[in-house]
Design a protein around this ligand. Structure first.
Ligand SMILES: Nc1ncnc2c1ncn2[C@@H]1O[C@H](COP(=O)(O)OP(=O)(O)OP(=O)(O)O)[C@@H](O)[C@H]1O
Length: 215
C-alpha cells in the first residue's frame, strides 16, 4: 500500500474544521485526481500527505510509515526521498541554474543519478537550457524544470497542486501530458489537485472533497 489515510482531521485555530474525517487507500502506481470547491481543503489534505503540515487526528501513512509519528526532521526526510511535491508556483531556486535545480532535491536525498537526471532533462526538452537561470525561462519551461527536480530522486508518490494552473492552456496540456507520462514510466503514484474537469477526467480515479469529507 502506497498511501493509507484513516479518519484524518484538521482544523486551523478556532475555525470550523477543514477536514472532518478523511479516509482512503492508494496503491503504488495509481493516479488520482482530488477535486472540490475552492476552500474545500484540497491543498490542506495534500500538505498533510506531503508532511508539510500535521493532522490533528487520524493516520496518514506513506509506504506503511505513519507521518503523525514523525518529528519535523523525519517528515523532511520523507519529503526528500519518498514523496515529491509540485506546486502551481514553480518554486525554483533563482541562484541555481537549471541543471543544479534539477539535481538539488536528489542530491539532498543522497539519490542523485546523473544519467536519470539527464534522461529527465532530455524528455522534458530542457537539454538546451541546462546552464540558464530560472528568470530567463518561460513559465512552461520553469514548470518542466520543477517536474524534473521533483522526479529526479525517484519518489514513490508525487503530489501536484494545480501544477499547470499558471500556464496557458496549450502549454498546460503539453506539460501535463509530460508529467503523466513520466510519472507512469517511473511507476510512482500521483495525487493531482485540480479545478479542471478535463485534467481530472484523465486520472484513473477521482476523489471529491465536500464539507470536510470525501464524497
Ligand atoms: N495555514 C492556514 N491557516 C488558517 N486557515 C487556513 C490555512 N490554510 C488553509 N486554511 C483554510 O482552510 C480552508 C481550506 O483551504 P485549502 O487551501 O485547503 O482549500 P482548497 O480546496 O485547496 O482551495 P483552493 O481550491 O481555493 O486552492 C480554507 O477555508 C482556508 O482559508
Amino acid at each position: 500500500m502506497l498511501l493509507r489515510l484513516r479518519d484524518v482531521k484538521k482544523t486551523y485555530g478556532a475555525e470550523t474544521p477543514v477536514l472532518r474525517g478523511v479516509s482512503f487507500d492508494m496503491n503504488a502506481g495509481e493516479m488520482l485526481a482530488l477535486t472540490g470547491e475552492s476552500g474545500s481543503g484540497k491543498s490542506t489534505l495534500l500538505h498533510l500527505i506531503g508532511g508539510l503540515d500535521t493532522a490533528d487526528a487520524g493516520v496518514v501513512a506513506v509506504q506503511g510509515t505513519d507521518l503523525t509519528g514523525l518529528d519535523d526532521a523525519g517528515r523532511a526526510g520523507l519529503r526528500r526521498g519518498t514523496v515529491g511535491v509540485i506546486f502551481q508556483q514553480f518554486n525554483l531556486i533563482p541562484s541555481l541554474n537549471v541543471a543544479a535545480n534539477i539535481a538539488f532535491q536528489a542530491r539532498l536525498a543522497g539519490r542523485f543519478d546523473p544519467m536519470f537526471a539527464d534522461d529527465l532533462a532530455q524528455r522534458l526538452g530542457l537539454r538546451d537550457h541546462l546552464h540558464k537561470y530560472p528568470e530567463h525561462l518561460s513559465g512552461g519551461q520553469q514548470q518542466r524544470v520543477a517536474i524534473a527536480r521533483t522526479l529526479a530522486p525517484r519518489p514513490a508518490l508525487v503530489l501536484a497542486d494545480e501544477p499547470t494552473g499558471n500556464l496557458d492552456e496549450a502549454t498546460a496540456d503539453t506539460v501535463f501530458a509530460l508529467l503523466c507520462d513520466l510519472v507512469a514510466d517511473t511507476g510512482a503514484g500521483l495525487v493531482l489537485v485540480t479545478h479542471s474537469e478535463r485534467l481530472a477526467a484523465r486520472m484513473g480515479r477521482r476523489l471529491h472533497l465536500r464539507a470536510g469529507l470525501l464524497t
